[in-house]
Design a binder for this molecule. Sequence first.
Ligand code: UDP
Length: 360
Amino acid sequence: MKIVTVVGARPQFIKAAAGSREIRKEHQEILIHTGQHFDDNMSAVFFREMGIPKPDYNLGISGGTHAQMTAKMLVGIEEILIKEEPDALLVYGDTNSTLAATLAAVKLNIPVIHVEAGNRLGTLDSPEEVNRITTDHLATLDFCATEDALDKLRREGLGDRSFCVGNIMYDSFLHFANQPWVNSNILDFNDNKVNVPKEYYYMTCHRQENTYSDEPLTEILLAMNSLDAPTIYAVHPRNHERAKRIVENNNFNNIILTQPVGYSDSIHLTKNAKKIVTDSGGLQCEAFYAGVQCVFVLDFVVWPETMVDNRNQLAKADHIDILKKLRKQQTINPGYQPFGNGHAAEEICRIIKEWERKRH
Ligand code: UDP
């Protein structure tokens, strides 16, 4: 088969690292990068480090409103699909790149394969939720990371096209977590190499809900600054200025601000952290895989499977609430692994093959 895969943002590169490796064993893959994330440390580093094939097309589309970005991508992707005439389109997750690619493909009668389908926050206030619901319903094959996501799709009447295959991010996690931590390249805002302290907390925070003004991020950093070890905060480029200003103005000298780190660094920072505080969907799962306790700063549960035995707890962007959750201790049931066996990409390819066979 000829499969066009569309990626655009950091978590999609991480998923494509596992996906493309497997897909290319049997199929011809054309990779489109929409350009949604473009800085070297948000994009190119993942392609280099994770062995992701070079994109065949880069649309260079980023910034603007949701409508502007989605509309430009829709036009750009449609042109490529008309030229390439693929047998299927494959998309990951819930970004505007995913939505645009899906809309372009279905209008051309190209079947859509959606990896990481079925996740629901339960509110359309989240732009990603809109992308997820639309993509799930337009796709021909929906691949879910967990039984819970599959159950949600069944309840939406999509059971016949949906499969639980495990989390493809777990494939990538296992691949890299089992390698030694070499060539660490964690840089501060002045491009100086950061020496990782023996004990530290690892934090990321980039969602609109926590970074639209100084207040929520100040609360989160106030909590982190008062802990018994420094916090390494890998800052998304979008929040660079705000994070710097808050840390300087409040004299938060127990916080180490860094530029976005590469995947291997992120995984090893995760594995060796005392605890993790984040609003990232991906990082909370990686904390879970690594058995490191996580506090998730958001009003909504993203991965319900992780919210057991204090392994991952919701907290408000409020320093008292965050510290309260950080003081709790987790317990780990080693037999509990709701994200599959780390072979999601293989399972996806097996089901695609089966589907293709039945079609002809
Ligand atoms: N990540 C990374 N470098 C960083 C911060 C995060 O490689 O500086 C990784 C992290 O380990 C996880 C993924 O990026 O695998 C999460 O992406 P992001 O937070 O951008 O998106 P979300 O998970 O919120 O969709």
